[in-house]
Design a protein around this ligand. Structure first.
Ligand SMILES: Cc1cc2nc3c(=O)[nH]c(=O)nc-3n(C[C@H](O)[C@H](O)[C@H](O)COP(=O)(O)OP(=O)(O)OC[C@H]3O[C@@H](n4cnc5c(N)ncnc54)[C@H](O)[C@@H]3O)c2cc1C
Ligand SMILES: *[C@@H]1O[C@H](CO)[C@@H](O)[C@H](O)[C@H]1NC(C)=O
Ligand SMILES: *[C@@H]1O[C@H](CO)[C@@H](O)[C@H](O)[C@H]1NC(C)=O
Ligand SMILES: *[C@@H]1O[C@H](CO)[C@@H](O)[C@H](O)[C@H]1NC(C)=O
Ligand SMILES: *[C@@H]1O[C@H](CO)[C@@H](O)[C@H](O)[C@H]1NC(C)=O
Length: 524
């Protein structure tokens, strides 16, 4: 039972009413880039959200071009009477897939897309990155210098969401999560103060920003990352017939336990339904970060006959350009983590196939893509995190090598999204239940892959939740980033029965540009 209550047309004037005086106040404060729905820039920025689900309709977007602009934006939003009843969202790369994390209907979206500078200081081994940069811009600046940083594996992903949500990169086995490689964050607080957070200055904020989601503390205006010299990498993708499932699972379980011995390698494998093939295939992304061609660590994968591959020597940027994913869909994600165990792995792959078959028989639109993607989370990852100053993800408490799942579907219309959401969730819950029944469910959830109703911050454990809460309170005592900026995973909503409450409202109200679909997801 889907529980669709009503579908109503939402006129543009209504959407504009609340935020418009605040938008004018931003202009009057001297901000040159205030984009209204009647402009092509606004349309372009809306279209640049990776998932169509996240393309909402703010009254305006404001694009700061400097840290002092961000201060001006925050001061206006928080202190100006014209903005007293206006809510806002913060958007960088715009890659979070669900509605209401990085955008807002009505209200103001602070869009950092014009702050894109990337500079490298080889003497101090620091790359300074502004929040509007995507990873392709970061690698595009560093590759020609023969340097790099651990970052996204698809070039279009934004830097701030990725880093403040942890960030899993090709280099995690060697250097910890990408966030563990941030030397310093520059942040504008709700009070309009510019603060730095590093090992010496505001160290608790430094730790909290590593996994605690930027959405809880302020607006990050610069990331200073430890950079290092690199040559080309080896890697690319390989495609297998799904009949290789058992061999792939055996190879991956072995791989996961071997990461500690071969930290230069990275392997992601996923079962993907592709409309062009009308079938599920197995795709793999393999990399060796030192540029060794198919070293012994990959032997088990290389022994499996493949349909095609692009394996080669290439730059970090080229390899991440290749892993770009199709846009123009409404993307629904689900994540969980489980102990490195072939039986659980196999069951998840079977449930994924059952999901694909059920979706095929449910939906009348053949244009959909699914992924059931696996990534090793061995204990060595968190050991590096601790060595590098620690983060708040709580993975250091896990004593088993684990695998993280990203299970997702991409569909074309709001109607399809509404049907697919509860179906994907129910299959995800079956996967969790099976893992749990085998004592192999790992409580940790990866924030960067979690859906709005999931509760990744809670999964970090009560001690880390308390740390994040204390830091959020210290830097934002009024809770501006908890309530006036409702988007994202909020520490104040940890433990709320359905996860991100306001996000859920946005999700219900935000599935179309002009169409508002009102439903009750928990009834599905
Ligand atoms: C194709 C694709 C590939 C991906 N690959 C990877 C991968 O390899 N590894 C991985 O770990 N993840 C990956 N992800 C997940 C990705 O890390 C998250 O979607 C992440 O949130 C994207 O960052 P963003 O800057 O684009 O986020 P946005 O969606 O813009 O923002 C995310 C959250 O952070 C807040 N925020 C944004 N900017 C700031 C800021 N400057 N200061 C404070 N808060 C801010 C927003 O309000 C929002 O709540 C991938 C996602 C996609 C779609
Ligand atoms: C666009 O909308 C804004 C805000 O309503 C208005 O000030 C501006 O004049 C409009 N521009 C055009 C070209 O219509
Ligand atoms: C390089 O860094 C050192 C300290 O780390 C500093 O003393 C020196 O002046 C720097 N050199 C340049 C060229 O910036
Ligand atoms: C996988 O192999 C089976 C059996 O050999 C074949 O029928 C099927 O078409 C193959 N799938 C793809 C996507 O090539
Ligand atoms: C949604 O459905 C659940 C379960 O039936 C119910 O408890 C809840 O009150 C409903 N919420 C709304 C807003 O109708």
């Amino acid at each position: 039972m889907l529980g669709v209550i009503a579908t109503v047309l939402l006129g543009l004037p209504a959407a504009l009413a609340q935020g418009s005086t605040c938008c004018r106040a931003l202009q009057e404060a001297g901000l040159a880039h205030v984009l209204y729905p009647n402009s092509t820039d606004y349309a372009d920025r809306t279209a640049s959200y990776w998932s169509v689900s996240a393309q909402l309709a703010p009254s305006c977007m404001v694009q700061p071009t400097s840290t002092s602009d961000v201060v001006q934006v925050v001061n206006t939003l928080v202190k100006s009477a014209s903005c007293s009843s206006t809510k806002f969202a913060v958007r960088s790369g715009g890659h979070t897939v669900w509605a209401g994390s990085n955008n807002i209907n009505d209200g103001v979206t602070v869009d950092l897309g014009l702050m894109m500078d990337v500079t490298l200081d080889k003497n101090s081994s620091v790359a300074s990155i502004q929040p509007g940069a995507r990873w392709m811009h970061v690698y595009g600046a560093l590759d020609p210098e023969g340097w790099t940083v651990p970052g996204g594996r698809a070039g279009s992903v934004g830097v701030p969401g990725f880093l403040t949500g942890g960030g899993n990169s090709f280099f995690t086995a060697k250097k910890g999560f990408a966030c563990d490689n941030v030397k310093n964050f520059e942040l504008v607080t709700a009070n309009g103060d510019v603060v730095n957070a590093n090992a010496d200055e505001n160290p608790k904020l430094w730790q909290a920003l590593k996994g605690g989601s930027g959405a809880n503390f302020g607006i990050v205006t610069r990331f200073d990352m430890f950079a290092f010299p690199t040559g080309n990498l080896w890697g690319g993708t390989a495609t297998y017939n799904k009949s290789a499932t058992a061999q792939q699972i055996a190879a991956y379980v072995k791989w996961t336990d071997n990461v500690v011995n071969y930290p230069d390698g990275s392997s992601i494998i996923f079962w993907s339904y592709l409309p062009a093939l009308s079938d599920i295939v197995i795709l793999a992304a393999y990399e060796d970060t030192t540029g060794n061609e198919a070293p012994a660590g990959f032997d088990d994968f290389m022994a499996i006959p493949r349909m095609a591959d692009t394996l080669r020597i290439a730059s970090h940027k080229e390899l991440t350009d290749e892993l770009e994913q199709a846009t123009g869909y409404r993307d629904i994600w689900f994540t969980m983590t489980f102990a490195n165990d072939a039986e659980i792995f196999t069951k998840i792959v079977e449930l994924n196939e059952a999901f694909v078959n059920e979706w095929k028989s449910t939906s009348d639109d053949p244009d959909f893509i699914t992924q059931c993607m696996f990534q090793s989370i061995p204990t060595i990852f968190a050991k590096h995190s601790v060595e590098r100053g620690g983060n708040v993800m709580g993975l250091d408490k896990e004593d088993r090598n684990a695998i993280m799942l990203l299970f997702n579907i991409a569909v074309k219309t709001a109607d399809q999204e509404l049907i697919a959401r509860p179906l994907l969730r129910s299959y995800g819950e079956k996967m969790q239940q099976f893992a749990d029944s085998k004592k192999g469910l790992v409580s940790w959830q990866f924030l960067n892959y979690a859906d709005a109703y999931q509760d990744p911050l809670a999964s970090y454990g009560p001690d880390n939740v308390e740390k994040i809460r204390a830091v959020a309170k210290m830097f934002d005592p009024q809770g501006v980033f908890q309530t006036k900026a409702p988007g994202g995973f909020k520490i104040s909503r940890v433990g709320a029965s359905t996860g991100a409450g306001v996000a859920k409202d946005a999700l219900l109200g935000g599935v179309g540009e002009n169409v508002e679909v009102v439903g009750n997801l928990s009834e599905a």
